[in-house]
Design a binder for this molecule. Structure first.
Ligand code: ADP
Length: 211
């Protein structure tokens, strides 16, 4: 069963077409890469799938459900951004718990989910800290942890490793591959890095100038 289906997706800004009738599918458990040079429309596609941006045309199905008109929180996806997007005033624990708290999950379940994700990512000892007390690699783990606790149908990654140095990036790649295996999760991952695409992807969608 396809976990994500994108049909004829189009996005225009004024006269300019930045995504041009793009179609692809991601099967359950697949690690799909969206690969292409800067400016080719990768982030735009990801943001539209997440519900953060509206398409000009086309259809998106997540878990066989047409998501047109659904808010980001109703789509059962979790997105990890390049910038991490952590709340600076909240501890690591609170950052990871936040998506569940707005979903009104009971407190004990939240704590259990956060601890389990922290264990998986080996960041348990960081839970009381604030984001500013973390290294770049640790922040990235927290951002991934916040996605994991939601147990989403689909993970969306927007160049999550591009702010890390080369050595850390190579290490995180291996970890992401391991994480994907353990969670048996469906992932769509945007990058312009061909090595990253080849080492991580079980499917690669190549994009050039929105096509
Ligand atoms: P990528 O993620 O592949 O680097 P983007 O999806 O960010 O590419 O951008 C694709 C194209 O759409 C670029 O040419 C960019 O300038 C343009 N674009 C993105 N957002 C807007 C916007 N809000 N208004 C006008 N053009 C935009």
């Amino acid at each position: 069963m396809s976990q994500l289906e994108v049909h004829g997706l189009t996005k225009r800004y004024g006269e300019k077409t930045v995504v041009d009738r793009v179609s692809f599918a991601v099967e359950k458990g697949e690690f799909c890469i969206l690969l292409g040079p800067s400016g080719c429309g990768k982030s735009t596609i990801l943001r539209i799938i997440a519900g953060l941006d509206q398409p000009t045309g086309g259809e998106i199905r997540i878990g066989e459900r047409n998501v047109a008109g659904l808010s980001p929180s109703q789509r059962d996806v979790a997105m990890v951004f390049q910038s991490y997007a952590l709340y600076p005033h909240m501890s690591v624990f609170e950052n990871m718990a936040f998506p569940l708290e707005i979903g009104r999950t009971p407190k004990r379940e939240i704590a259990a989910a956060v601890r389990q994700a922290a264990r998986l990512l080996d960041i348990e000892e960081l839970l009381p800290r604030k984001p500013r007390q973390l290294s770049g690699g640790q922040r990235q783990r927290v951002a991934i942890g916040r996605a994991i606790v939601r147990n989403p149908r689909l993970f969306l990654f927007d160049e999550p490793l591009s702010n890390l140095d080369a050595k850390l990036r190579a290490g995180m790649r291996v970890e992401l591959a391991g994480l994907h295996q353990r969670l048996q999760a469906t992932m769509l991952y945007v990058t312009h890095d061909q090595v990253e695409a080849m080492t991580l992807g079980s499917k690669i969608v190549i994009l050039e100038q929105g096509i």
